[in-house]
Design a protein around this ligand. Structure first.
Ligand SMILES: Cc1cc2nc3c(=O)[nH]c(=O)nc-3n(C[C@H](O)[C@H](O)[C@H](O)COP(=O)(O)O)c2cc1C
Length: 245
């Protein structure tokens, strides 16, 4: 097995960090990794805000319901999907902003930002560090935007904790490839054949050392999707200038 992939297979989200800041050199390398990914049409539609102010970090952690690990981690970045630069270019050129307001460009910015974060995550794990994405910042997305002085045509997508792990969960078993990967066409029958995987996930939750639980993958998804979550995100995106069309 290629050592990069071997390391990727060991990925777990870390929620228990040593209370040690990362060195400047480590952070420099992480940021280089984040900036090295592909970018749709080379628009590089993201910004990264490192939160070094511990009071601010705690405010973000409280909003995210993840105070213990966001406050304790080596460092914490907020990944911002960002078309503000492009809006300024268009303004200065006297062009309409319609080209950045549409849904397609919202997707472009979201994807660019996610690629940057995942490249940082892979780099961090290659350096023996642990990471956890914090989508919880969107629990109050307007408040986060205010705290970070975000301009129009930007939105805070998620945070990323990076630090030295104090402890780690066991790796979560992924979907079997036979139901997630197909050839030439989507196979709707296979993609929902979840009995075997539900058993595997149920065993994982029953036997894991920290927070064992009586659940399976289907149940987890039902719990997650049975209600509308973060209903104010759409309204916020409109306020930021996106048409959502
Ligand atoms: C975009 C995104 C947002 C996430 N937000 C949170 C979060 O707010 N809090 C948290 O504890 N974990 C968060 N996670 C971590 C997921 O819960 C985790 O990746 C998932 O359960 C799979 O577990 P693993 O990463 O250990 O394999 C997030 C993951 C992603 C990709």
């Amino acid at each position: 097995m290629n050592p990069v992939i071997e390391n990727m297979q060991k990925h777990v989200s870390v929620r228990d960090f040593k209370n040690e800041p990362l060195s400047d050199d480590t952070k420099r390398q992480l940021l280089i990794a984040a900036q090295s990914g592909s970018s749709s049409n080379f628009v590089q539609a993201f910004s990264i805000i490192e939160i070094t102010d511990l009071k601010l970090r705690d405010q973000i952690a409280q909003i995210s319901n993840s105070a213990s690990y966001v406050n304790q981690t080596g460092t914490f970045y907020v990944f911002v999907a960002d078309l503000y630069r492009q809006s300024q270019m268009l303004n200065e050129a006297g062009e309409s902003l319609d080209g950045i307001k549409h849904m397609e460009q919202l997707l472009v910015a979201t994807v660019d930002t996610t690629i940057a974060a995942e490249d940082m995550a892979i780099a961090a794990e290659a350096m023996g560090l642990g990471i956890c994405y914090i989508g919880g910042i969107r629990n109050d997305i307007s408040k986060i935007a205010k705290l970070l002085n975000l301009p129009k045509y930007t939105f805070p997508l998620f945070g990323l904790t990076v630090g030295i792990p104090a402890s780690k969960n066991q790796v979560k078993p992924r979907l079997p490839q036979k139901i997630q990967v197909s050839t030439n066409t989507y196979d709707a029958n296979k993609s929902t054949d979840l009995d075997e995987y539900d058993q595997t996930v149920s065993q994982y939750y029953a036997n894991r050392e920290s927070h064992p639980a009586n659940t399976n993958w289907t149940q987890k998804n039902l719990d997650f999707f049975k209600e509308v979550r973060r209903p104010d995100v759409g309204k916020f995106l409109k306020e930021q200038g996106f048409s959502l069309r």
